[in-house]
Design a protein around this ligand. Structure first.
Ligand code: G3D
Ligand code: MG
Length: 178
């Protein structure tokens, strides 16, 4: 198919992208999902379920799955991996003690065949709290620059105010070719 034709198709189709939001418990996943929904630049569809929401932005639909971060639930993350376009890893920027756990989970995840083509967005959340790690610090700790097989981005944010989230959505849109 010609490039132009593909572009035209993209323009008219309401393309859908699957997003999974992962991270340790208390990182801010649920708050972020609902902040995305409240963001005025996006049009939102009615709630689909307790942990999945659809966000429509510039005719691009993002179906976002908020996956529980508790220990007991982490092993079930793999069931959500199929056809996933974006992985959003939410990190509590004040949680220095558990950053290595996030890192381990991240690298285990990215080895999964189903996530081979997924893009990674790391959200360095809770930037409003004094003593937090910066996005650069978290990037360094997570060794993001060593990721060669995945397109990734890190964004500092505060889920309570929504700061940093519109930039995140913009990046995702860019990645989808919009
Ligand atoms: P989870 O879904 O990843 O488990 P939640 O995390 O979204 O439930 O958030 C866990 C707690 O962190 C919540 O506090 C929430 O308000 C808080 N939180 C989330 N994002 C931020 C942030 O950017 N800044 C600050 N200061 N707090 C944040 P509670 O007290 O409701 O448990
Ligand atoms: Mg939650």
């Amino acid at each position: 198919m010609g490039v132009l034709f593909t572009k035209l198709l993209q323009l008219f189709s309401n393309s859908e992208h699957k997003v999974i939001i992962v991270g340790l418990d208390n990182a801010g996943k649920t708050t972020i999902l609902y902040q995305f929904l409240m963001n005025e630049v996006v049009h939102t569809s009615p709630t689909i379920g307790s942990n999945v929401e659809e966000i429509v932005c510039k005719k691009t639909r993002f179906v976002m799955w908020d996956i529980g971060g508790q220990d007991s639930l982490r092993s079930s993350w793999t069931t959500y991996y199929a056809n996933c376009d974006f992985v959003i890893l939410v990190v509590d920027s004040t949680d220095r003690e558990r950053l290595h756990i996030s890192k381990n989970e991240l690298y285990t995840m990215l080895q999964n065949e189903d996530l081979k083509k997924s893009r990674l967005l790391v959200l360095a959340n809770k930037q409003d709290i004094k003593g937090k790690m910066s996005a650069a610090e978290i990037s360094e700790q997570l060794k993001l620059t060593s990721l060669k097989d995945h397109t990734w981005q890190i964004q500092a944010c505060c889920a309570l105010t929504g700061e940093g989230l519109s930039q995140s959505l913009e990046w995702m849109l860019t990645q989808t070719g919009r």
